[in-house]
Design a protein around this ligand. Sequence first.
Ligand code: ADP
Ligand code: MG
Length: 697
Amino acid sequence: MTGPPLDQIPVDRLTGVGPKLKARLADLGIESVQDLLFHLPYRYEDRTRITPIGRACVGDCAQIQGEIIDSGIQFGRRRSLRCAVRDATGMLGIRFFHFNAFQQTRLAAGKLIRCYGEVRYGRGGLEMYHPEYRILSSEAEAGAVPDSLTPVYPATEGVHQSRIRKLVQQALQMLARSEDLTELLPARFLRDFGGIGLAESVRLLHQPPPDVQLNLSGQTDNSPARRRLAFEELLAHRICMRRLKLDALALQSHRFGSRQALSRRFAEMLPFKLTGAQRKVYREIREDLSGRTPMKRLLQGDVGSGKTVVAALAALHAIESGFQVCLMAPTEILAEQHLQTFRSWLEPLQVRLGWLSGKTRAKARKQLLENLAAGDCDLLIGTHAVFQESVHYQRLGLIIVDEQHRFGVHQRLALREKAGGGALRPHQLVMTATPIPRTLAMSAYADLDCSIIDELPPGRSPVNTAMLSNERRGAVIERIASACAAGRQAYWVCTLIDDSEILQAQAAEATAEQLGQALPEIHVGLVHGKLKAPEKVEVMEGFKSGEIQLLVATTVIEVGVDVPNASLMVIENPERLGLAQLHQLRGRVGRGATQSHCLLLYQSPLSELSRERLGIIRESNDGFLIAEEDLRLRGPGQLLGTRQTGLMSFKVADISRDSDMLEQVRETCEEMLASHPAAVEPLIHRWLGERSHYGDV
Ligand code: ADP
Ligand code: MG
């Protein structure tokens, strides 16, 4: 029996998934049944055996089973519910510091219980704290154990292990009935992975038999089944990028002239001299623009490295060659900021600018579209509205995208769609501040040419970063008061794990109010994603002009805001953010002459890992180094991982863990393209899905 393919069955078709759970699963990147199958456990627990209590060792995770012979509340340093469990070989205590009346009655003497947890040495001998437990109601139940290892999945708030396990079970049943996840790779390529096929790998990873070969830590990293999946995924990405590259080579583009009067005049007008790195990358871009094939160049440079000037130079080059340019930014705020910058830079040079965002009024929009089509607008700046179907250019020669920190294959695919299908394709320049480790850049950007600005403008002193516990909030507020009294400005960044803009906005509002009360003499402004565009602009203007001294913001300010007089930034709960994101945020200060400070106001206690991660931010201002360390510290199953690099979002593969396979992936990719062309489309489709929409990314 075959139904629709598993990647087209939304998760809410599974029993027990309502709108709420659906949204939570989407946060985990799970939208279809196939996504669920590719959502792999990051470790396993062995519950296939019952350990006799007499043989349980301190430090082990064990499953025990026995009779509760005593149960009651103990009052010590902390109140707890403690039960003594006995089997034929010994006695073990289980202890709960959090419990309710219902649990108390259920955990009564005389009940048969099975517990899974870590064995430790407690007040009353061997104990387990908060074990997972089940009261057994029958003999039959007492005899039954699962016949495969119990998977532990990356989870998130509101989606518990048991939930995910049940859903995966359903997905596996659907897989068994379908003909999906067919083998696309020739058997020869699978030899290195013990010849394990795709569907088999998936099943094995979700339900491994107890004797399966796992490495000592009980983790899946090196199991051939996981590596086989990772290999296929990396291969799919690589093939996709190679195809983009090959497609581009077959296309033609406009060839720009050699005049540079405008760009020269612009460079002379600037109040500073271009850095060597800026000149170098502009040369690389000019070379592309004088060629016949469309440029596809990625301009990488740390925050504050001066990418915008380079973009302006490229735009001027296009304009004086008689072409139009469009510059797209991912957010309204950033696009506005660019509009202002380019106005002040380019209007003196008689460049005609246009503005388009999703919020542009019908009348202004109509006028703008007419100007564009008639060639009366040279440079259009805006959000992704600039790519709408109704927008027609007279002679679009160059597309510039300021992505700041996310530019994965999905985004590239979407951009290709937007570039349109005319005979001559516009050139593309993408600016990103995602510093990715040099070692990985080659495979991440296999389809792009890459220019790197590896030098900051002179005169910047690195931001001084300190970590402070939330208990020192009062002292932090005083520092803001004194910075503002000295005529400087500050940011206060509120973070929430929740992706909901509404909740984020509420948190920021509450903080702004508290700070306003604590600092009555200071003018506090507030900006978040829920403000209307004109309101946002007003606040940003107020901050730029210095009228607003303290700007409370959600992470929306991460991108693009440039206020050199701001020299202090407080980031609340920095432990919740990825290192790349923290680095981006911090890049908002340290743009002027005064020494800048960044205070990471963390929630104590801080876990060991968080302490180490934040330590990296404190010690280094080098985006590349931070990215490298970030990769090193990311353990398996850490969800933040792919999100925070933002760059390559894999379902299974992990670019650092699997980097040893990249060479083989490269070779196999060429072979697939040459000898197995029929498998190429389905393979890309399986791992990259439908082309994503630009607005969603
Ligand atoms: P980013 O690469 O993060 O987009 P910007 O282009 O916004 O950086 O530049 C950051 C700041 O540095 C801006 O105020 C810009 O005017 C300034 N800037 C850029 N290039 C130079 C330079 N060569 N010398 C001095 N300041 C510069
Ligand atoms: Mg920028």
